[in-house]
Design a protein around this ligand. Structure first.
Ligand code: ZN
Ligand code: ZN
Length: 467
C-alpha cells in the first residue's frame, strides 16, 4: 500500500511521520510481507527518503555554486543550535519526559524551532520516544539498536514501520497541550516556514544572501541537526560506558554528548528519564541542561525535576557491585566448604602419615604437597604442620600469615574435619540460617573478604596440638 493513499484527509503528507494514523487494523500492512525484488519499493518510506537523504544531496550539490558568506555561516551555526535545542530541550526533555515545565512563550519558541529541525511533530516524536523508553531494545521499541546501528540511526525512518508493532504509550497530557496540538495540526506550515523560509529571511533581509540562507541555514543545517539528533538513537545506544545499568543498550559517552547537544549521557538518562539533566557533573557537556537552567533564571522555565543524589549513587554503586561480582567469579577461591568431603580426624592423620602432605587449619584440610618447596617460610616449617592442627601455627603461633597466604591456602583445601572447630561454627550458622559472616554475591557465591577467610582465627589459639 503506497503511503500517500493512507495519508490524512488533508492530502498532505507529514514529513517524517509514517502513515500510522489512518490505518485499518484488519488489513495487512506491507511490513508483514517479506521484502522481494518486486515489492521492495513499497517498503520504503519515500517521503522520508526525500527529506533526510534526497534534500541534503541536493543541498551539497547546490553548495558547490553557492559561495558561503561569513555572516551566513555564523547564522547557520546559531540556527543549528536553536533548532537542535528545539528537539533536545523541547521535544525530548520538555514534552516526551516532562522533566520541567515551560511558560507559553518558551513553549511556542521550542515548538517553532523544533519544527525547524524537520523531525516530525512534537506529538508523534514524543509518542515514539515514550515507546522507546518503555520498551527499550524490544520489538516494540521503534528504533531498537538491536536491529542494527544503521537501523536505529536512520533505517527505522526510511523503511516503513508496522504501526501495530510499536508499543502503546499514553500521550493524553500532550493532547491537552494547545501548543502541541496546534503544532501537530499545522505541522507542514511549521516545517516549511521554520525549516526553510525563516532562516532564508534572516540572511536575505539581513545581508541579501537569499540563496546562501536557503542552502546553508536551511537545507544543510536541517541535515546536520537531523543527523546529530539521530545519533541519540544510534550512537548513544552503542558507544560508551554503562555506569548505572548494563542490562539494556543505553550508554554514556562524551563524543555522543558533543554531537547531540548534551544528550550523550544516555545510560543515566534511561535510568532517570524525568531528570532535566543528562550530564550530572558540572564539567560534562550538556548545553541543553544549561539552556533550561538559564530559562529558569529568566522565569521562562520552572519545576525542574532532579533525582536525589542519594538515589543516583545507589544505582551507580549497585552496578559497580555487579562488576565486582563478575570479576570475583573469574577468580579461584578454592572449593566451596560445603562441597568438601568431611573427614574424621583419625583418617586425616593416617593419610598424612602415609605421605600425603595434609595440613589442617581451623578445621579445614589442605593438601600442600605441591607447595612445600615454594613455601616462603621454608620447607621445615610447613612440614612441621603436616598431620596436625596447624591453626595456631598458621595464625601467629609461629608466623601470623598474610591475607594473601590465607587466600592461597584456600585454593589447596581438600576436606573438612568432622567437628573441626571453625567449621562447626559455620555449619551451625548455616543450619540456623544465621549466616552473618558469609555474604553471597549476585551469583550466590560466598564473598571472602580480606581478613575474613575461614582459616583466619581472630584470637590465636594457645595450644598448637589441640585435637
Ligand atoms: Zn535511548
Ligand atoms: Zn529520552
Amino acid at each position: 500500500m503506497a503511503s500517500q493513499v493512507q495519508q490524512p484527509p488533508s492530502g498532505m503528507a507529514k514529513p517524517l511521520e509514517p502513515t500510522r494514523k489512518k490505518y485499518d487494523p484488519k488489513k495487512s500492512h506491507i511490513t508483514e510481507e517479506p521484502i522481494t525484488k518486486s515489492n521492495w519499493y513499497k517498503h520504503v518510506n519515500w517521503l522520508n527518503v526525500t527529506l533526510i537523504i534526497g534534500l541534503p544531496i541536493y543541498g551539497l550539490i547546490a553548495a558547490y555554486w553557492t559561495p558561503l558568506q561569513l555572516k551566513t555561516a555564523v547564522w547557520a551555526i546559531a540556527y543549528y543550535f536553536m533548532t537542535g535545542l528545539g528537539i533536545t530541550a523541547g521535544y525530548h526533555r520538555l514534552w516526551a519526559h516532562t522533566s520541567y515545565s515551560a511558560r507559553t512563550p518558551l513553549k511556542i519558541f521550542l515548538a517553532a524551532v523544533g519544527g525547524g529541525a524537520v523531525e516530525g511533530s512534537i506529538r508523534w516524536w514524543s509518542r515514539d520516544h515514550r515507546a522507546h523508553h518503555r520498551y527499550t531494545d524490544t520489538d516494540k521499541d521503534p528504533y531498537s539498536v538491536r536491529k542494527g546501528l544503521l537501523y536505529s540511526h536512520i533505517g527505522w525512518m526510511i523503511m516503513k514501520q508496522n504501526p501495530k508493532r510499536i508499543g502503546r504509550t499514553d500521550i493524553s497530557d500532550l493532547n491537552d497541550d494547545p501548543v502541541v496540538v496546534w503544532q501537530h495540526r499545522n505541522y507542514i506550515k511549521t516545517v516549511i516556514f521554520m525549516g526553510m523560509i525563516f532562516p532564508c529571511l534572516v540572511t536575505g533581509l539581513g545581508w541579501g544572501d537569499w540563496m546562501g540562507g536557503f542552502i546553508y541555514a536551511g537545507i544543510l543545517r536541517i541535515f546536520f541537526v537531523q543527523q546529530a539528533t539521530f545519533c541519540v538513537n544510534s550512537l548513544a545506544h552503542w558507544l560508551g560506558d554503562q555506569p548505572f545499568d548494563d542490562r539494556n543498550s543505553p550508554r554514556d559517552h562524551v563524543v555522543t554528548a558533543l554531537v547531540t547537544l548534551g544528550e550523550g549521557y544516555h545510560n543515566f538518562h534511561h535510568e532517570f528519564p524525568s531528570d532535566y539533566r543528562n550530564a550530572i557533573e558540572w564539567h560534562q557537556y550538556d548545553p541543553t541542561k544549561w539552556a533550561i537552567w538559564v530559562w529558569k533564571q529568566l522565569g521562562l522555565a520552572y519545576d525542574l525535576k532532579q533525582f536525589k543524589q542519594n538515589e543516583i549513587e545507589k544505582g551507580r554503586l549497585q552496578q559497580l557491585q555487579k562488576k565486582l561480582d563478575q570479576k570475583r567469579q573469574t577468580l579461584d577461591w578454592g572449593i566451596p566448604l560445603e562441597q568438601l568431603p568431611i573427614i574424621d580426624w583419625e583418617d586425616y592423620q593416617t593419610e598424612a602419615k602415609n605421605g600425603r602432605a595434609l595440613v589442617a587449619v581451623a578445621g579445614v584440610i589442605h593438601d600442600v604437597t605441591a607447595f612445600i618447596k615454594d613455601h616462603p617460610g621454608g620447607k621445615a616449617l610447613i612440614s612441621s604442620g603436616i598431620g596436625k592442627d596447624a591453626t595456631a601455627i598458621f595464625n601467629g603461633g609461629v608466623y601470623n600469615h598474610s591475607n594473601a597466604a590465607h587466600n592461597l591456602l584456600s585454593t589447596m583445601r581438600v576436606g573438612v574435619i568432622r567437628g573441626g572447630c571453625e567449621v562447626e561454627i559455620w555449619k551451625r550458622a548455616q543450619r540456623e540460617n544465621k549466616d552473618i559472616s558469609f555474604v553471597s554475591d549476585t551469583a550466590g557465591q560466598k564473598i571472602y573478604r580480606a581478613g575474613f577467610q575461614v582459616t583466619r582465627i581472630a584470637e590465636p589459639v594457645a595450644s598448637a596440638d589441640a585435637a
